[in-house]
Design a protein around this ligand. Structure first.
Ligand SMILES: *Cc1c(COP(=O)(O)O)cnc(C)c1O
Length: 408
C-alpha cells in the first residue's frame, strides 16, 4: 500500500469558514454552501519543490501533494495527461494580439476536462467507501463519472436534460451507467439526485456539492502555471457553467502564492457565458454577490447551460477580486468563432471553448481586453462531441466524375 504525501488539514465552508473533518464523507456545509479542501501549506511547501516535478509523468497526479488522496491504490488512471497550451498564431496576427493561448482540454479521458474533477471525486469516493454515485449533467460530467466508476467498480446513476448532446448520452450509458433523460434543466436533474439520496443510497456528485471535483479542476491552474514557467497570463477567459474550473484555478493560484511558487500578480478572470443563459453576467453587472436563477435557458453550448450555480458567490468573488468581468456571447458568434478557429488554426473547439474566443473578439473591440495582454482561452472539450454542419458534397462512383463541377 503506497501512501501519498498529503497535506490536507480539514474542509472549510466557503461561506461561513466553519471547519469540517476531512476524512469523512461530506456534501455541502450546514449553510448549504460548497466545502473547500484546506492544506497545511507550510508543510506542503517543504514537502515538494518545482524541481521534483521535472521527473514526474506529464499527468494530473504529478501535483499529488496539492491533492487530497491519501492512498495511491484508490487512484483510477485513464490517462489524465497534461493538455497542450497551443499558441493561436494566425489569430494573434489577425487580431494584432501579443499572445493568444488555447488550453486544449479535449485531450483528456472522455474528451473533456470533466475528467479532472471526476478522477478526484471517484478516487476520494473509493477512499471513503462509496459504492454508488449519482450526478446531474449536461453531458460531459456524466460521461467522465461513468468512465471512472466503471474502472473503479462503483455503480453510477446519471440524469441529464433530454437535449444533452447525443454522443455524451450514448457514451455514458455504454460505460454501464444507469442513464436517464429528463424533461428539464441540469438543476432539475440535480433535485432528482438530491431528493433520491436516502432512498437510493447514492452519493451526490453534483458540481460543488462534494469537495473534491474542484480539487481536480484546480490542476488546470497548476498546470497552466507550470507550462508558462510560473508566469501566469494576463487574462483567462473561462466558459462558465457551475464555475468549478474558474474557482479551482483561483484556488490553485492562492495556494501557489502561499507556498512561494508565484507572486501576487493574478490573471484577470473573465467568466464567459452564453446570452441565452447568463446568470453570472447579470449578477456581475448588477453588483450582486449571488445570481438569480435564469429562466428559459437556451444555448448550443450545453456545458454552460447552467441556470443556477451553488458556487455563484465564489465565481463572482474571484472575477471581482481579479479585476476581471463576466460577459455573454450569442450562439451565432459562438458558431462563427468555432469555424474561424477551425479554419485558421486547425483546432476544433467545442462550442463552450468557442464562446471564449467570441468573447475575446468582442472585448478586444470594446477595449476591455488590450491587444498587448497575454490571453489564455479554455477549450474544455473536444469539438468532436458536438454536431457539426454537413458542409460537403457527394459524388456518384457509378458515373464518370465531372471534375469541373467539383471546382465551385
Ligand atoms: C462543464 C463544462 C463547462 C463548464 O465548466 P464549469 O467549471 O462547471 O463552469 C464548460 N465547457 C464544457 C465543455 C463543459 O463540459
Amino acid at each position: 500500500m503506497t501512501e501519498y504525501p498529503t497535506f490536507v488539514t480539514h474542509l472549510e465552508c466557503s461561506y461561513t469558514g466553519k471547519h469540517y473533518p476531512a476524512d469523512t464523507l461530506q456534501g455541502l456545509s450546514e449553510a448549504g454552501k460548497p466545502l473547500l479542501v484546506r492544506y497545511d501549506l507550510d508543510a506542503l511547501a517543504s514537502g515538494v519543490s518545482k524541481i521534483h516535478l521535472i521527473d514526474r509523468e506529464p499527468e494530473l497526479w504529478r501535483y499529488r501533494e496539492f491533492l487530497p488522496v491519501r492512498r495511491s491504490e484508490n487512484v483510477v488512471r485513464l490517462g489524465e495527461s497534461m493538455t497542450p497550451l497551443l499558441p493561436a498564431r494566425k489569430l494573434e496576427e489577425d487580431y494584432g494580439c501579443t499572445r493568444i493561448l488555447i488550453k486544449d482540454e479535449g485531450r483528456l479521458p472522455t474528451g473533456s476536462f470533466k475528467a479532472r474533477g471526476l478522477a478526484l471525486a471517484v478516487a476520494m469516493a473509493r477512499e471513503l467507501g462509496v459504492r454508488r454515485m449519482a450526478i446531474p449533467t449536461n453531458g460531459n460530467a456524466g460521461a467522465a463519472l461513468a468512465a471512472y466508476c466503471a474502472a473503479a467498480d462503483i455503480e453510477t446513476w446519471v440524469f441529464c436534460p433530454a437535449d444533452t448532446p447525443r454522443v455524451n448520452i450514448e457514451e455514458t450509458a455504454f460505460f454501464g451507467a444507469h442513464t436517464y433523460l429528463a424533461n428539464g434543466y441540469i438543476n432539475d436533474c440535480g433535485k432528482v439526485v438530491g431528493a433520491g439520496r436516502e432512498e437510493m443510497g447514492w452519493f451526490d456528485t453534483s458540481t460543488l456539492k462534494e469537495p473534491y471535483r474542484i480539487e481536480g479542476k484546480k490542476t488546470m491552474g497548476l498546470e497552466l502555471a507550470e507550462q508558462l514557467d510560473w508566469q501566469l497570463p494576463d487574462v483567462i477567459l473561462y466558459p462558465t457553467g457551475g464555475g468549478t474550473g474558474l474557482i479551482g484555478m483561483w484556488k490553485a493560484f492562492a495556494e501557489l502564492e502561499a507556498i512561494g511558487w508565484i507572486g501576487s500578480r493574478r490573471p484577470r478572470m473573465v467568466a464567459v457565458q452564453a446570452a441565452g443563459c447568463a446568470p453570472m453576467v447579470r449578477a456581475f453587472e448588477s453588483g450582486s454577490r449571488h445570481a438569480e436563477p435564469w429562466e428559459d435557458a437556451h444555448t448550443i453550448a450545453a456545458g454552460i447551460r447552467v441556470p443556477a450555480a451553488v458556487g455563484d458567490f465564489l465565481i463572482l468573488d474571484a472575477v471581482r477580486e481579479s479585476g476581471g468581468f463576466a460577459v455573454a456571447v450569442e450562439d451565432t458568434d459562438i458558431l462563427a468563432a468555432q469555424r474561424e478557429c477551425a479554419r485558421r488554426e486547425g483546432i476544433l473547439l467545442c462550442p463552450e471553448g468557442a464562446a471564449t474566443l467570441a468573447a475575446l473578439k468582442r472585448e478586444l473591440a470594446s477595449g476591455r481586453i488590450r491587444r498587448d495582454e497575454r490571453v489564455a482561452l479554455f477549450n474544455c472539450a473536444t469539438g468532436l462531441k458536438y454536431p457539426l454542419p454537413a458542409e460537403y458534397g457527394q459524388i456518384d462512383l457509378k458515373q464518370p466524375i465531372d471534375y469541373a463541377a467539383l471546382k465551385i
